[in-house]
Design a protein around this ligand. Sequence first.
Ligand code: GLC
Length: 433
Amino acid sequence: MTPKPNLDGPDRTTEAVSVLRNNDRGGYTVPSQHLYPFQWNWDSLFAALGWAKFDVARAWTEIETLFEAQWPSGMVPHIVFWSESESYFPGPDVWQINGSTPPTSGISQPPVAATIVRRLAETHGLPPRSLYERIERWHQWWHRARDPEGRGVIAITHPWESGRDNLPDWDLPLSRVTPTLIDGYERRDLDHVNPDMRPHNDDYERYLALVAYGASKGWDDAAIAQESPFWVADPCLTAVLLRAERDLVWLGEAIGADTIETHRRVDRLSEGFEQFWNPAVGAYCSLDLRTGVHADAATSASFLAPYGGINEHSDRLLDELEAWSNACTYLVPSFDPRHPSFEPLRYWRGPVWCMVNYMIATGLAEFGAPDWAERLRSDTSKLITLSGMPESFDPLTGGPVGGEHFTWTAALWLAWARGSNNGQGPKAEPTAR
Ligand code: GLC
């Protein structure tokens, strides 16, 4: 008789440690071996949470390595091409970042650094002041480059900057971008993943057009803010930055730095956040800053407001979460499961991402909804127990979606989803703020 596989917590823990070790490239961790063979910004920060569970020094190195690629402007790029690889497109030649060492992309990603550094610092001691200062410069860049009018909402200039690449929210703004073909263009992602789980070609050509546009402007922030055909304020990015600013205040105070400017930025974003509220949907929705039009549906980011410390509509958000829980098996799908654009397998149009669950649960626990926080942890734990460590999960069946042996899924298992009582337990963990 074949022995039944042991899918309990400890088994997955060994697997999670192996995923991190196998994806380790010495100083940074690739998200997934073939699909994403370089260093990705927010993936690395979540990876650090996982590393910290068994190798704290390695966790700090992950973060320091990412910040080595910071631009003089303060921007921290979304991809750092530390090595060459044929398995990914578009590479450094398409981004055309002149003189950047190492080569990088020209856009950023949701800034979870201050929050994760704070979390490590609380347990393992403060980081060097130089890291704090680098994060401070990155945050300044977000406000200067992506909110130059000081509205208190942060724009993205490319869907990839949101970290939620093909979300239906971007469809309408993206429709104004003329697709262009790049010479010798060949998608490499489809070599590694089922095309039903990846963005459509039409979207992909517009993504490339936006890369070509940024490159044509020499990635000049002011020009991009003024003219980019794609300029959409993102509630995920804004909530993540808002929380990160609060955590930067904590770090700054612990380090003995002047935090007056950071406090001002917290105030500006806290006041600005209401601009995302779409009364027609009853949720926080992205806002196209070129047209003033909100997206017409809630996404998983709608539940991130409490993570940013915004609780004005949190009771309404809990009702919405309840409705979603009746429409799918596992929370939280990336897009409203009742909406016609919902696709349970296609990347950010439906699947559950465990690092988003972690952030939402953290905010809900702080808001005073520990049962919902625990539901999200327990769903994430069940998904990983059932399907291992893929990139994301089908919210209807719990099946694996996207790339395999994925770093942030492994890291979040170690740092959160497994719980502290062998998967029985607890709470999303935030400390008093
Ligand atoms: C995709 C995701 C993005 C992630 C990257 C690497 O582009 O949308 O959030 O950082 O893959 O995992």
